[in-house]
Each structure stands twice: as C-alpha cells, then as structure tokens.
Design a protein around this ligand. Sequence first.
Ligand code: 2NL
Length: 343
Amino acid sequence: MEQLLQQIEQLKQEMNAATGSDSDAAEQFRIKYLGTKGIIKGLMGEMKNIPNDQKKNFGQVMNDLKQLAEEKWESLKGAAADAGASAGVDFDWTLPGAPVNVGGRHPISIVRNQIVSIFKRLGFAVAEGPEIEDDWHNFTALNMPENHTARDMQDTFYILQNPDWVLRTHTSSVQARVMEKQKPPIRIICPGRVYRNETISARAHCFFHQVEGLYIDEHVSFADLKQTLYFFVQEMFGKDVKIRFRPSYFPFTEPSAEMDISCTVCGGKGCSLCKHTGWVEILGCGMVHPKMLDNFGIDSSKYTGFAFGMGMERICQLKYRVNDLRLYSQNDVRFLDQFTGGV
Ligand code: 2NL
C-alpha cells in the first residue's frame, strides 16, 4: 500500500509536468492515463489486493488521481484549440458553415419576367434584336418621316463610324425585323434596353427598358387591344385596378392612344404620385398603321393589328415606389438588397 501511494504521488507530478499545445499531445495524454488500457485503469485493478480497512482510503486517492488527470486532459485540449485557432490549423469541421449570400434579381428583371409570363399566357412569343440598329429598322420602316422629332440629334445616339447606324430608340425595330421574316399571324412581345440622348436626372436617363407588343392577324380590333391590356393590368397590379384610354399620336399607329391605370397608391382618390388626378399613365398603344403593314408586304386590306409600348422603369416605379431612375443603374446594394426573393 505504501509503495502504491508513493507511485501515485509520482504519477501526479508527472501529469502536472505534462506539456503540449497540439491535439496529438492531448490525445497521447488521454491514452496514457485515462485510456481503457491506461495507467489509472491499471491501478484500479490493484484494489483487490488492498486490505479491506484501507479500501476506502485507496478509493479516495484513486478518485483524486482520476480527477486530476481529467482536468489536465481538458487543459491540454484547450491549449491545442487556442494554438490551432491562432495558427489557422486544426479547424473544427463540425462548426456550422458561414451562410452563402445568394443575392437577388434586379428589380427591372423581376418586372420583365412578370410581364413576359403574363403575355406568354396569352400566346405572345418573346422576340429579341440588336441594340445597334440601322436607320431603316429603327425609323424609316416604322413610318417615321425624315424630319420626325424622334430622329432629332438630341434624342438619338448616332454611331460615328457609320451615319446609318444608331443605338435603337425603341424595340419597335425588333418588331420590324420579325415582320420582315414572318407572315401573320404574328403575336410577339419585345423586351429590351433602348437609348435616348437625354441629360441624366431622377426622371430621365440615357437608356431605359421597354416592352413592346405586336399582334397582327385577320379581324384584330381595338376591342382586342383593350381586353389584352386590361388583362395585363389586372394580372400585374390587381383585379380592382381600372384602365382608361386617351387619344394620342404615334407615327406607327392609327388610331393611337395612351393608357392610364387608376392610381395604385391612392386607389384613385388623388395623391402626389398621380398629381391628384387619380390616374397614372403606363403605356402607349394603337392600331398598326396600314402603311407599316404595306412596308413589310403584309396585305393591309386583309390584315389588321394592334401594338403597344411601355417603359419597364415606370411599371417598376408603380409596383415598388422607386422614385429615382438613376437607382436602377447605380448598383448600390442598399437599393438592390431590397428586392431579394424576386424571380
Ligand atoms: C410608348 C409607346 C408604342 C408602338 C409603341 C409599334 C410597333 C410596331 C408597329 C406599331 Cl412594329 N407600333 N409600337 C405603338 C404604339 C406605342 O410605344 O410610350 N412606349 C414607351
């Protein structure tokens, strides 16, 4: 017994002196002292040789020894974790991962996708075309006389290398390209970026995004135009939103109209957004000018059509209350972060 107690004292000193700052050292320590074939387990086996009146005392001594070993093991593990953290090694792979920032769609993309999906349900196909256009597709084919204001140097970006080339001022040029190749029935929408030479401010920019629509077939009437656009408004803004048409002028449509919706902010009662009229303008439209159909070899005595065009920024402003056009292209995450979750 005396000899055993001496051995235990020695072990305590040995354990206290144990050092190490990596997980290997901690594990070696555990195996040596606390393992199933370790020293402490071995000493416990001596219990059977201890005289009965000293068993209690020996048990106490062994408990102390075991507790000391466990404390020392914990402290070695702690030292290993600290050293690992500062050296960047021994990473704890069981920790939960850092969240991945998936981002979100741009508000203009959200609105474009919504518009496209609504018109797709009505049987409209999406058509796309080049942003650099020639004079014919952007102006002449669309019944725009040479002295028309839309051709004015102030509105149009001309390409220096070739005076016949422009940055398209509307996506009607895409529709012109479709009419060139395809015969009626034609039922398309053309979303895309267009360019105007304007001084940049909260209400004007040198580019914006447009969706134009075109439907040409036999017996297409203004009633079809109205019902199509009414369906679009109800899907986009809600069933209780009203529409109204005002006579207007576009060189490629006759008759032409502008369409308003009842104000989505005040519901038509009058507020600052609708300038206290209860109505906000959202698009221009009309029946395709017969001269345009003839330009593309489409028999205007047999076919009729309607067309419309709208600015996506305007739709987005009404849906999300964006009050400054510049926000769309500044890439400020404080703005963009507000649209995460859109599709
Ligand atoms: C607006 C008005 C409009 C059209 C676009 C069009 C295209 C062809 C034939 C006839 Cl190919 N019309 N487009 C018609 C009326 C209005 O846009 O305010 N856009 C932002």
